[in-house]
Design a protein around this ligand. Structure first.
Ligand SMILES: [Mn+2]
Length: 316
């Protein structure tokens, strides 16, 4: 990845403009059109027509941006300045048809491809998990099949719902069928809760995923989970997809398909920090649905998740 030729333009100075004022970009960063190009662009995809239960993730991007006002420039846990060591900018939201899922998926892929002309890598805030499919199509067109590290309560490798092949519960089956993912290096983390059948897990393994369950994390701890994750991914190009419902509803109530018994935000942030030297080529954070949130709990968690991802993407 190239470094910016000039000093990166960082967030608005909070000692001049207070955090609760100013333009509501992610972390009060400059807009992409203000800086021209970026090492990493943060973009929203306000699309939730693929959900199977509670809708509302179309309002996720603005909710996460609002909570991100409190993020500060230095990340001591990773010892990096995520907005100083690279140019990060807010690219606004991609447009996606709310009434036609196929059209929306095509628009999201085209929008991501267009954005990547002025940004080396994207971190996308959803939106429901449907959007991971077009984002993976764009990333795989660039890098070939990628290792997918998928944090979620749910497998998201189901076949169809009501006959529909493209929903928020199916993106990774479609991605696997299309050859977008590296079948030897992909993994779900945080899986828990009831399934439809035992065969869900057998199908999932055939589609190329290993699993670190939520129970594994409880039993053996974060370091053991991290060891399994890192040994599976190795040096493969890595796409990270984070469904905020990987967190326990106590940490992230504002989501469409909550499941009890999830990770804490502390556990998730620690896992993300451990990925800093891997080849991250893109990421998404999805399924934040503000109508079910309380006191910005979910949005605060999601904004810190994005912050740790951006910090992990700083070239070492
Ligand atoms: Mn999901």
């Amino acid at each position: 990845m190239q470094q910016s030729p000039t000093e990166p333009q960082g967030p608005v100075d909070a000692s001049v403009v207070p955090r609760f004022a100013g333009i509501a970009t992610f972390a009060r960063l400059p807009r992409l059109d203000e800086v021209g190009r970026a090492d990493v662009a943060v973009a929203g995809v306000p699309f939730d027509s693929g959900v199977s239960y509670r809708p509302g993730a179309r309002f996720g991007p603005s909710h996460v941006r609002e909570a991100s006002r409190l993020l500060r420039p230095y990340n001591p846990a990773q010892d990096v300045f995520p907005f100083g060591a690279q140019q990060v900018a807010d690219a606004g939201d991609l447009v996606a048809n709310p009434f036609d899922i196929s059209a929306a998926v095509a628009e999201i892929e085209a929008g991501a491809r267009e954005l990547r002309k002025s940004a080396d890598r994207l971190v996308v805030v959803g939106g429901d998990h449907t959007i991971a499919l077009p984002l993976l199509r764009e990333v795989a067109a660039q890098h070939g099949p990628v290792a997918v590290l998928h944090f979620d309560a749910h497998l998201d490798t189901w076949d169809t719902y009501f006959g529909a092949p493209t929903t928020h519960g199916t993106p990774f089956r479609r991605a696997s069928e299309e050859g977008l993912i590296d079948l030897t290096a992909s993994m779900h983390v945080g899986i828990r809760g009831p399934l439809y059948a035992k065969s869900d897990l057998e199908d999932d393994a055939l589609l190329g995923f290993a699993i670190v369950t939520s129970e594994f994390v409880e039993e053996y701890g974060v370091p053991a989970a991290v060891e399994r994750i890192r040994s599976r991914i190795g040096d493969k190009p890595l796409y990270i997809s984070i469904d905020i419902d990987v967190l326990d509803p106590a940490h992230a109530p504002g989501t469409g398909t909550p499941e009890a018994g999830g990770l804490t935000s502390r556990e998730l942030l620690r896992m993300l920090r451990s990925l800093a030297d891997l080849r991250i080529v893109g990421a998404d954070v999805v399924e934040v649905a503000p109508a079910y949130d309380h006191a910005q709990l979910t949005a605060v968690a999601a904004s810190h998740v994005v912050y740790e991802l951006l910090s992990a993407m700083v070239p070492r």
